[in-house]
Ligand binder design. Structure first.
Ligand code: ADP
Ligand code: MG
Length: 610
């Protein structure tokens, strides 16, 4: 790369999309970091005050600028970077020649710089658009850019800046993403004297991620490296069990540039779909590499969107890459649920422990044995089994004695505590089954457990002669985007063995005529829409059996008992016995555990009896 700065030809200027380059301190900092990286800096130190509104300071040890270059650097559309007339296929980060000019027009900008191996540094100032200098100035090799009072003379824009805290967070996010993308460069961020980020140079992505995102992020993630041919993927995939409530912990890069892009976000969601609950998001650091000519990063540089030549292929590679590496890693819930539960019960951990909760008598049950056992403790505090005739299953103060429970819940051998999952003793909150085992208790998530059972049954049915179907008295018409409807119709032959009979119904709808009998009543429209989306995710590339598994999983989710449904004792025991017989019954299709256990010994420990 040359450091000679030239004016861009007018036709190129016109072709480059005009954009708001600096909307807020964070976007100015993004541009300044990119400039430092383009200048081959090894150390980038950033300091801000007042969330960057009062002061932004970015210092680097890069190539530097001389007295002739500085005035050009702050002139609009002057750049040393674009080597051809074609703004596509650009390897450097900046290329529009707009950032410094834009920052200079909305703040009090001072750039001090010295080219390596020259005697003197130079400084230029742009006070809200008015240029003065350059004048000689002291500076070690490299460049220091300081911008004060951004937007102080543009009230319309100033008004849109958020609180200092929010702007600081936005700045930190930008620095984090850039630092993740460049592990070979040292980064630091100081906000009003406080160190927020400190990442030394060197080390691999893991080391950088640990420095930037923290130890627990890395501990709860696995390295992955996959994709061949035109789309290469690597990074860290968060464990399904450590999913987040938002996408904030998804760090995505295309050809080394941090991006926030809907196509990519959708692909990640689809990749984790089977193992992360619908309303949760996996954490990840994902580097997507494609040939420069296959991606346009010029859609909106400030917003970091990208446009791929073949978005479908990129999406497909990400979806299958994530799925495959989750499968290979055998990512199952990694945390000891038992420990988590014990922690949750541990004194001081929760606000609603025994004595404080309604219905707890405060005294131990009327039993002579020194350790009365789980059954009795629970029996004193809860109504049995949240029986089906109970409109609000759950704990209730009026509790029959333990004997009554034993009588109602143990009519036959199915309910003996000697089964691995024990005998159902109660349903609580309409969602969980409490079962007594020989040496403790089991808590079962009824929806998660049933979902896995339905899934395995569907798969077994397919493997045999096909899933039993049930005709709908009134066929259900489901409206869909025309494209989705067409795709679904195309896959009709795959869906039929699964018990789902769907036909075309005009361009933007399908009609469902038959459904798998074992699903019972369920939200047919929801299922059909989800299936259409799944098929779009997987495209034609997915193997047929993988596709079928996926359809079965989606069906299972729709067809299984919801939380909130009251279960009869024999229903609960049947579920427990089914779980014992079914493969993979320990996790639901989303990778969550279906049950947790608590040993008597642990319970005794909780109560200080050990
Ligand atoms: P662009 O990065 O698109 O070229 P900028 O306005 O960000 O536009 O920068 C203009 C020019 O100033 C760059 O092309 C580069 O030559 C020079 N420059 C900017 N920042 C630095 C820096 N930190 N170190 C060395 N040169 C820089
Ligand atoms: Mg730039």
């Amino acid at each position: 790369m040359t450091s000679e700065i030239r004016r861009l030809p007018d036709h190129v200027i016109d072709r480059i999309a005009a954009g708001e380059v600096v909307e807020r301190p964070a976007s100015a900092i993004k541009e300044l970091i990119e400039n430092a990286l383009d200048a081959n800096a090894r150390v980038v130190d950033i300091a801000i005050e007042g969330g960057g509104k009062r002061l932004i300071r970015v210092s680097d040890d890069g190539r530097g600028m001389d007295a002739n270059s500085l005035p050009l650097a702050v002139a609009r559309h002057a750049t040393s970077k674009l080597v051809s007339d074609d703004p596509t296929g650009i390897a450097t980060l900046g290329f529009r020649g707009e950032a410094l000019a834009s920052i200079g027009s909305v703040s009090d900008l001072v750039i001090t710089s010295r080219v390596k191996d020259t005697d003197s540094g130079w400084s230029i100032r742009v006070e809200h658009g008015a240029v003065s200098g350059p004048i000689p100035a002291a500076r070690s090799a490299g460049t220091l850019v300081e911008a004060r009072d951004q937007f102080s003379r543009v009230p319309a824009r100033l008004r849109f800046l958020k609180s200092d805290t929010a702007e600081t967070q936005a700045v930190a996010d930008v620095v984090r993403r850039q630092a993740l993308a460049h592990p070979d460069v040292a980064f630091s961020l100081v906000s009003s004297g406080k160190i927020l980020i400190e990442a030394p140079a060197g080390g691999d992505l893991m080391a950088r991620a640990r420095a930037i995102l923290g130890k627990s992020f890395v501990d709860d993630a696995r390295a992955f490296d996959t994709g061949s041919g035109p789309v290469r993927l690597q990074g860290l995939l968060g464990l399904p069990t450590s999913s987040r409530a938002s996408t904030r912990d998804q760090y995505v890069f295309v050809n080394g540039r941090p991006v926030r892009d809907k196509v990519l976000a959708g692909a990640i969601r689809a990749g984790f779909r089977d193992v992360v609950p619908h309303d949760r998001h996996a954490a990840c650091v994902l580097f997507v590499d494609v040939a420069p000519e296959d991606v346009d990063v010029n859609v909106h540089p400030a917003k970091a969107e990208v446009r791929f030549r073949d978005a479908g292929k990129v999406r497909g590679t990400i979806v299958s890459g994530i799925r495959q590496s989750l499968e290979e890693a055998g990512l199952v819930p990694s945390r000891e649920a038992r420990t988590d539960l014990a922690d949750a019960f541990a004194p001081g951990a929760g606000a609603t422990r025994g004595p404080a909760s309604p219905g707890w008598s405060g005294s131990y049950p009327r039993q002579d044995r020194p350790w009365p056992g789980v059954q009795v403790v629970l029996a004193d505090a809860m109504r049995p089994l949240g029986f089906a005739d109970d409109p609000e299953p759950g704990f209730a103060p009026a509790a029959p004695p333990a004997a009554a429970i034993a009588e109602r819940a143990a009519p036959d051998h199915d309910t003996a505590p000697s089964h691995p999952l024990g005998a159902a003793r109660a349903q609580i909150h309409g969602a969980y089954i409490v079962a007594q085992t020989q040496d403790g208790l089991v808590l079962v998530d009824q929806h998660a457990a049933h979902e896995r059972l339905v899934y395995e049954k569907l798969k077994a049915g397919i493997a045999a002669e096909g899933v039993a179907r049930q005709g709908l008295l009134i066929p259900e018409v489901v409206e869909l985007p025309a494209e989705d409807a067409a795709r679904l119709i195309e896959h009709c032959p795959d869906l039929e063995p699964l018990g789902l009979v769907v036909e075309a119904f005009g361009p933007g709808a399908v009609v469902v005529r038959e459904v798998p009998a074992l699903l019972g009543t369920f939200d047919i429209a929801g299922l059909v829409r989800d299936l259409a989306e799944d098929l779009a995710d997987q495209g034609a590339s997915a193997r047929l059996d993988a596709r079928i598994d996926h359809v079965a999983a989606t069906m299972a989710c729709y067809g299984s008992v919801r939380s909130g449904r009251a279960l009869k004792p024999d229903e609960m025991n049947t579920l427990l016995r089914d779980m014992e017989r079914t493969p993979n019954a320990g996790q639901c299709n989303h990778g969550r555990p279906t049950f947790v256990t608590l040993k008597l010994a642990d319970i005794e420990r909780l109560f200080g009896r050990r």
